[in-house]
Design a protein around this ligand. Structure first.
Ligand code: AMP
Length: 398
């Protein structure tokens, strides 16, 4: 059984075709510059590649290029649509409407579109992509939507409410929704497997540290709190995002510099975080290299990032009254031994002991705490596409 996984943005479309018999990737690729020019790069599991520049005025032409790559190109991996059992779409914002993944129908498309106000960069693009996908692949292949937010729908009100006048929650749905749910779900499932325990019996903290970052607390098998909020701007500093700060700082800056709400949004989302503080880059490798070379602002950015991550982990240990396992994932979490060492050494007071040699690893699944550590610490590479494919399979099987 083969599942086609789609992760669509407004001008890009990432995809994977996964064979669910052994959960292997048969082919993956990326369409870029949709609506501008158009290009596809596609790679089959055996290394064959297909690359082409082809006009993609809309997502429909992008899907047609994908179909050509999958079925007709020199890197083809299937002969016909009939081999694809279902299509799974990653959706960024499911609000409070979608508590889990579901089959696509007209009502679902409309609801995802309505939630676009809370994810203007993502949901409208998802809707366009779903419609184009149905047009290209036909109605016979079931399509499933998997939401970044649904894993966080188990948070209790005390965790997801903001202390604003209640009417903003009632009238405008303003509350914490979280993000990266598919990744936190996947990684926490892996923790339970590695611990050889039922997830319900574990208190887990998953740290998804990439260009976007979030930390989640998982207790009794479900998410009880997460660092991202109403939008993926909340939490701690990221590549270009500020994370949480005093809202008055923003109203003060807006008044002083005569900036609009949209200007403030751009500053906080695109010009802040590692980039804003260091002035060097949004990429952790560049900032770390600059810090190493003596750049003080880069050093400050690295110090702030580590300190903020540590504080979030500490707060979730308090929220869950303990922790059994901590897992690091994402480009930074999987590849930055120094950050992991900093976190573990600052949790020494509660019995965390890091295995210095194991922690040297990059990008592979491994336990990095010692056998006598009171808390197990893991590096677990995330696989959001596989998580989407698994959920898609589950929904069509139901
Ligand atoms: P992601 O969004 O998950 O792809 O993660 C991107 C972030 O991971 C960037 O800030 C990269 O600098 C960081 N990253 C990727 N590889 C490494 C590495 N080998 N060492 C440190 N950071 C890395």
């Amino acid at each position: 059984m083969k599942i086609f996984v789609v992760n669509a943005g407004s001008s890009s479309l990432k995809y994977q075709l996964i064979d669910m018999e052994n959960e292997s990737v048969l082919a993956k690729g990326l369409c870029e510059r949709i609506g501008v020019t158009g290009a596809i790069s596609h790679k089959a599991a055996d290394g064959r590649e297909y690359k082409a520049e082809t006009p993609m005025p809309t997502h429909s032409e992008a899907f047609e290029a994908v179909v050509y790559a999958l079925m007709k190109s020199d890197a083809k991996v299937i002969d016909s649509f009939d081999e694809i059992s279902a299509i799974g779409h990653r959706i960024v914002q499911g609000g409070a409407v979608f508590k889990g993944s579901c089959l696509v129908n007209d009502k679902v498309i409309e609801q995802i579109s309505e939630l676009g106000a809370m994810a203007p960069l993502h949901n409208p693009a998802h809707v366009i992509a779903i419609k184009a996908c149905i047009k290209t692949f036909g109605e016979k292949i079931p399509q499933v939507v998997v939401f970044d937010t649904s894993f966080h729908q188990t948070m209790p009100p005390k965790a997801y409410m903001y202390a604003l006048p209640y009417e903003y929650y009632e009238r405008l749905d303003v509350r914490k929704y979280g993000a990266h749910g598919t990744s936190h779900h996947f990684v926490s499932d892996r923790v339970a497997v590695l611990e050889n325990k039922d997830k319900k019996d574990l208190k887990i903290i998953t740290c998804h540290l990439g260009n976007g970052c979030s930390i989640t607390a998982i207790k009794d098998g479900v998410c009880v709190d997460t660092s991202m909020g109403f939008t993926p701007l909340d939490g701690f500093m990221m590549g270009t995002r500020s994370g949480s700060l005093d809202p008055s700082a923003l109203t003060y800056i807006a008044e002083k510099d005569n900036l609009s709400a949209a200007d403030i949004n751009t500053i906080c989302n695109k010009k802040s975080g590692m980039l804003g503080v260091s002035g060097v880059s949004n990429d952790n490798r560049d900032v770390a290299a600059a810090a190493e070379a003596g750049n003080e602002r880069a050093r400050l950015a690295i110090d702030m990032q580590r300190y903020q991550i540590l504080k979030f982990i500490g707060s979730y240990i308090a929220a869950m009254n303990g922790v059994d396992a901590i897992a690091f994932t994402g480009g930074i979490g999987e590849n930055d031994p120094e950050l992991r060492k900093y976190v573990c050494e600052n949790l020494k007071y509660m019995g965390v002991k890091i295995d210095i040699d194991a922690n040297k690893c990059r990008g592979k699944e491994i336990k990095i705490s010692t056998d006598d550590s009171l808390v197990d610490v893991f590096v677990i590479p995330t696989n959001e596409e596989l998580a989407i494919a698994r959920d898609t399979l589950r929904i069509i099987s139901e």
